[in-house]
Design a protein around this ligand. Structure first.
Ligand code: HAM
Length: 415
């Protein structure tokens, strides 16, 4: 028997109501804040992700699904949504449009991670990107959007962590200070952090191991090393957030797992915090477009993980109705009634009523059992008696009562 690959899962019909809920809310929030939908391919040139995530991140080093296509081109399954959107922004000349260009997407993303609760090899993201604007007002508006998105879905128990990691001018000095601090703890670091020390020191702050965590807690803070411009930018972001009444807390160890960020970074955690639990995260990526071959273009964005949102909807007791039940089930007894059933089914579907017609020649009891398991509102029963009198039996599956009505009145009875 084949099984879904490790770290992937099927989204069965009974879960689809939750998925539809998340995608509907994403679309209405997008509209509310002036974001337009975009979809990019499932695979891209592998270098797009390798250049944007940069060496020393888990994503670039060991999590990408890279392969050569039969034509010999090195491709990668989409590892995240931001770099492809930036690629599309450049490829389609969106820099010629009034800025910022605001785009949102719902996409699967593929990462070869060790699967565990809330961490999958294929997961879905809802992402929002505002490209072409440096004004801190857009950072705050995006965090407001993130908060409104989660609240509109029905979630309430989450917190927003905020930090600034500086820019190309001030971050190098911070990294030097960080390395100096960590050099006296080098022998105590976990093997991953030893590597981070050499390849990507900022990531030291994000280690989940308890001992490294304690060392990171006392490490120098990015905020103490910001240049004047970054200080002002961060102060303004906070100022706008206060005006918008968005509760947030400064998290000194918040640096994000991808390497393209500068200045504002933020993450949204459920209140019951676990290591792999972030509901969403994002920040500024003012250098990414230039890194991908464009002119210097400031940008800011964030993405949420759909599976984690749905898990939290379940955890917080938010129930979403399943949207898959047909209105009516047509049961029939006898060959002629079966013909009448398929004709009636076609007639009802033409007038927009969703129906399932019984197949085979099962007993009425077993046909009604099927209607019950499909959760239809009505069963329409056609037998010899009904055929001869041009009527049908209409059974209310919830109230369990039934009446005989003229066939000609069926649409009216179901409306
Ligand atoms: P990210 O933090 O890597 O950021 O992913 C965004 C969200 O996707 C996470 O907060 C989490 O909810 C979910 N997620 C990530 N990896 C997994 C996984 N293996 N299994 C389940 N859920 C996962 C980005 O991808 C950036 N592109 C976000 C962004 C947009 N930054 C700026 N614009």
């Amino acid at each position: 028997m084949y099984k879904a690959p490790r770290g992937t899962s099927d989204i069965l019909p009974e879960e689809q109501g939750y998925w539809r809920h998340v995608t509907d809310v994403a679309a209405s929030i997008g509209l509310l804040y002036g974001y337009r939908p975009i979809a990019t391919p499932i695979f891209e040139d592998a270098q797009l992700f390798l250049r944007s995530a940069a060496v020393g991140t888990d994503l670039a080093d060991k999590e990408m699904y890279v392969f050569n296509d039969p034509g010999g081109q090195q491709l990668s399954l989409k590892a995240e949504g931001t770099a492809p959107v930036c690629r599309a922004y450049l490829e389609h000349g969106m820099f010629n449009l009034p800025q910022p260009v605001k785009l949102y997407y719902i996409t699967p993303a593929f990462r070869f991670e060790r699967p565990q609760a809330g961490r999958y090899r294929q997961h879905y993201q809802c992402g929002f990107e505002a490209i072409g604007e440096a004004d801190p007002i857009i950072d705050a508006e995006l965090i407001d959007l993130a908060q409104r998105f989660l609240c509109s879905l029905g979630l309430s128990e989450f917190s927003i962590g905020l930090n600034s990691i500086g820019c190309q001018t001030c971050q190098p000095q911070y990294v030097e200070a960080l390395k100096e601090y960590y050099s006296s703890y080098f022998s105590e670091l976990c093997p991953d952090c030893e590597l981070r020390f050499v390849r990507n020191p900022l990531r030291l702050l994000d280690c989940k191991k308890e001992h490294c965590h304690k060392i990171a807690d006392a490490a120098p803070k990015t905020l103490d090393y910001l240049c004047t411009e970054c200080q002002t930018h961060f102060k303004d972001v906070q100022h706008y957030l206060v005006a918008l009444r968005i509760p947030f807390s400064i998290k000194h160890r918040l640096v994000r797992g991808l390497d393209y960020y500068s200045r504002t970074v933020f993450e949204i955690e459920p209140l019951e915090e676990k290591s792999q639990s972030a509901l969403g995260g994002g920040g500024r990526y003012d250098n990414l477009i230039e890194q991908l071959g464009g002119n210097p273009t400031p940008a800011v964005g964030f993405a949420t993980g759909v599976e984690r949102i749905i898990a939290n909807l379940h955890k917080q007791g938010v129930s979403i109705a399943s949207c898959t039940a047909p209105v009516a089930f047509i049961a029939h007894m006898g060959k002629e009634a079966k013909l009448a059933a398929i004709e009636l089914g076609a007639r009802l579907r033409r007038s927009g009523v969703s129906v399932v017609i019984a197949t085979g020649s099962k007993s009425l009891k077993s046909q009604l059992r099927q209607a019950n398991s499909l959760n239809t509102s009505y069963a329409i029963i056609i037998g010899e008696q009904e055929l001869s009198t041009a009527t049908v039996v209409l059974r209310d599956m919830k109230a369990k009562g039934q009446t005989t009505i003229p066939l000609a009145h069926i649409e009216k009875a179901l409306s």
